[in-house]
Design a protein around this ligand. Sequence first.
Ligand code: C5P
Length: 218
Amino acid sequence: LTVPVITIDGPTASGKGTVAHRVAKHLGFHYLDSGALYRLTALSAAQQGISLEDEAALADLARVLPCQFVKGHVLLDGEDVTDAVRAEEIGVAASKLAVLPKVRQALFDLQVAFRFAPGLVADGRDMGTVIFPDALQKVYLTASVEARAGRRYKQLKEKGISATMEDLVKDLAERDARDIARTAAPLKPAPGAVILDTSELTVDESVHAVLALYADAV
Ligand code: C5P
């Protein structure tokens, strides 16, 4: 019996993480935040002074990433790095090392291992295209760059971190461009994915839309 998977891919700050987490909770499924693995690799590389151009060293790091996910907390080598991995500069570094095929290959088994009963909701850029091509329901979650920058702005402000809309729009656009243009697992809707534009939707509405798609698929 195959374990059901729902994949939620999409651009930066499209709300994938929040929606995927809520859908998983509702269904009692496991949750994979694949972006966290790229972020953890970036953080670990920064701590160890490994260059973002050293593909072999980064792949070695990713292959044995000493990470744990415990109750919404992310641990690296036993240390709680939940906030550190969310930092904007770590996201940018993650998107730079995510273009490297050897790094992506090194993280493959780790991601597939998240698939166990009763089911999995996986969010990222290539969940439906590369990691779980046989997913029961594939969703491509998107929103306008303005809507996404606005949401990120609000999140940062709540954390007391200052940012300007102008910088955020620029950062998001650059990161999207890198994710879309790369040759290794570029960001694009998977074959059979349903495209859900959340620019005008609340989180609740987005969660309900994904749950409705899944209910139709099973
Ligand atoms: O989703 P999040 O912003 O946490 O991901 C950080 C970066 O990791 C993305 O900008 C993207 O370049 C990369 N990533 C990826 N494939 C995934 C998840 C994330 O390339 N499945």
